[in-house]
Ligand binder design. Structure first.
Ligand SMILES: Nc1ncnc2c1ncn2[C@@H]1O[C@H](COP(=O)(O)OP(=O)(O)O)[C@@H](O)[C@H]1O
Ligand SMILES: [Mg+2]
Length: 366
């Protein structure tokens, strides 16, 4: 299967005065798995529809494999699409459903059938070929929708929340399945989800969207451990977001005094290095927090344990800072045994590695 690069240049879409997508640029190399992630209404579907040709932009260009396709209809773009609502034809068998796009493309019957069976193998459902859609589960129907898109070998596949209707277990299974197919076919995939875990699991890169704009674009671990904004830090999962001010700077390392007076220990900047005196938010992921008995005079953050939650594989400690002006604190570590001796109300000092503390300069939300 061939695979194409995708270029978005200055692409914008408005509905009346409402900006659904502000002018946006994006380069997706051939073969990449890119995820558009963001809250509901952030412009993910708008961007995907412009790539697909289901909507017309107010400005800008879409190029697929270097060719300007901005004003071409969807069927002239060499793309495949899979949506949450898989819309199989109820009166056709599974193999007829899958062969349908080939028939539209005037492929001979025997050849279409052969390729439909290949696509069925690809999604590991060869035995359902002669059934009707109503005889399949939701997860199986979604695989058939995927097979119907794979069958004509598009060079880019666009997926809009394709697993949104499935339960958690099935969704995780399908995530692995789609990843496997991506590896085998090396096709370019632009995938939309509002689920940060799904995006982290599946993507080569994540394009995090907020209010019709790209908030940050990068590898999942970049966004997770080096968020440029508080919005990114917050969207990508649980974190400690501690307001403070830069009080020292030594090369790339910052000294930050947290609101309330505790020291953050050394921190690193996720973007441009802020000057002494700048307000920042220090982000530390829960699993990077080390808790221990308070050491007198250490100047470190101290919290009072308010809750212990065992979520299966992780144990989470929730703490209330003993200094004012800080939000609830959370530390997490792999659950080792039934009881690990923490007592509600006890005081614990919070520590972390300098490289795990990220000073974010941009104001919340931007
Ligand atoms: N046809 C339309 N007319 C008016 N507003 C629209 C239309 N389509 C989308 N929007 C608005 O544009 C914004 C972005 O929508 P969308 O791209 O569907 O978001 P997402 O897929 O990230 O949830 C939303 O506020 C939505 O209400
Ligand atoms: Mg959407």
């Amino acid at each position: 299967m061939s695979s194409s690069s995708l270029t978005i240049a200055g692409l914008a879409k408005r509905y009346g005065a409402f900006v659904a997508l502000a002018p946006t640029g994006l380069e997706v190399p051939a073969g990449e798995f890119l995820t558009l992630l963001g809250p509901s209404g952030s412009g993910k579907t708008t961007l995907l529809s412009l790539i697909a040709g289901l909507a017309t932009p107010d400005e800008g260009e879409v190029r697929i494999g270097g060719q300007d396709v901005t004003y071409r209809p969807p069927y002239e773009r060499d793309i495949g699409m899979v949506f949450q609502n898989y819309a199989l034809f109820p009166h056709m068998t599974i193999v007829e459903n899958i062969a349908f796009p080939l028939k539209m493309r005037k492929v001979r019957d025997a050849e279409a059938r052969k390729r439909a069976f290949e696509a069925l193998d690809m999604v590991r459902l060869p035995h359902v070929a002669e059934r009707f859609p109503r005889e399949l589960s939701g997860g199986q129907q979604q695989r058939i929708a995927l097979a119907r898109c794979l069958v004509y070998r598009p060079s880019i596949i666009l997926m809009d929340e394709p697993l949104g209707a499935l339960d958690k277990k099935l969704r995780e299974q399908m995530q692995l399945e789609i990843k496997r197919i991506h590896r085998e076919l090396a096709t370019t995939i632009v995938y939309v989800t509002h689920d940060q875990e799904e995006a982290m699991t599946m993507s080569d890169r994540i394009c995090l969207m907020n209010a019709g704009q790209i908030e940050q674009l990068g590898a999942p671990s970049d966004l997770y451990f080096r968020p440029r904004t508080v919005f990114v830090a917050d969207f990508l999962g649980e974190s400690n977001l501690l307001p403070g001010r830069v009080t020292a700077r030594d090369g790339e390392t910052l000294g930050v005094t947290l609101t309330g007076g505790a020291g953050s220990g050394p921190a690193i900047a996720s973007g441009a290095l802020p000057a002494v005196g700048t307000d920042v938010t220090v982000m530390v992921r829960p699993q990077n927090i080390i808790v221990r008995a308070p050491v007198a005079g250490s100047g470190r953050l101290v919290g009072r344990l308010t809750d212990v939650m065992v979520t299966g594989s992780l144990t989470k400690l929730y703490l209330e800072a003993t200094t004012p002006g800080l939000p609830q604190l959370v530390a997490a570590y792999p659950t080792r045994s039934l009881s690990d001796g923490h007592e509600i109300g006890q005081l614990l000092e919070l520590d972390w590695q300098p490289s795990d503390a990220v000073a974010i300069t941009a104001a919340p939300g931007h």
